[in-house]
Design a binder for this molecule. Structure first.
Ligand SMILES: Nc1ncnc2c1ncn2[C@@H]1O[C@H](COP(=O)(O)OP(=O)(O)OP(=O)(O)O)[C@@H](O)[C@H]1O
Ligand SMILES: [Mg+2]
Length: 155
């Protein structure tokens, strides 16, 4: 059985702080699936990671608003949001290209349509509302890379 780890945040600032710590653990090649309801804090977390890495958003094609690309030096971070899309709708949109550079960091909100496109070694982060500004974040690792990441984050 996959081991679960749980983290708590009691404010947006605390989620940003968690994102900064998370960013410091990244080596490249990590994939994160962020789940949870609207307003749970997934985007706050992703933006916090990109900011902590000192990354600038770099333009992707105008039609491709499902994917934001952040760049710093040789490191690329993809922020994906597939709200309300289905696997059939994202098929053939070229998401596999993200995998060409094995050091790319991929953070995906509403990631279900990518479940079969991306490798299984990914960190699942489930954000749950836990009253007002409280959030409960459950981590599940799908392989060796994401397991190390989760363990370091929870340390
Ligand atoms: N502990 C917390 N962590 C993160 N955000 C919080 C927290 N407490 C309150 N908030 C607020 O919750 C909202 C989170 O918004 P955010 O856009 O990150 O949600 P989301 O999970 O990306 O939703 P969506 O599914 O619509 O993309 C923000 O308005 C933020 O200020
Ligand atoms: Mg969001």
């Amino acid at each position: 059985m996959m081991k679960e780890m749980v983290l708590y945040s009691s404010s947006e600032e605390q989620t940003r702080q968690l994102a900064r710590r998370f960013a410091s653990l990244l080596r490249g090649g990590e994939i994160v699936f962020l789940r949870g309801p609207i307003g749970a804090g997934k985007t706050v977390f992703v933006k916090g990671v990109a900011q902590a890495l000192g990354m600038k958003s770099s333009p992707t094609s105008a039609s491709f608003s499902l994917m934001k690309r952040y760049q710093k030096g040789k490191t690329t971070l993809f922020h994906i949001d597939l709200f309300r899309l289905t696997e059939g709708e994202v098929f053939n949109l070229g998401f596999e290209e993200m995998l060409e550079d094995e050091k790319s960091i991929i953070l995906a909100e509403w990631p279900d349509p990518l479940a079969h496109i991306l490798p299984a070694d990914r960190l699942e982060m489930d954000f749950a509302l836990d009253g007002a500004d409280k959030r409960r974040i459950t981590l599940r690792a799908g392989g060796a890379v994401s397991r190390v990441l989760a363990e370091e984050l929870c340390r």
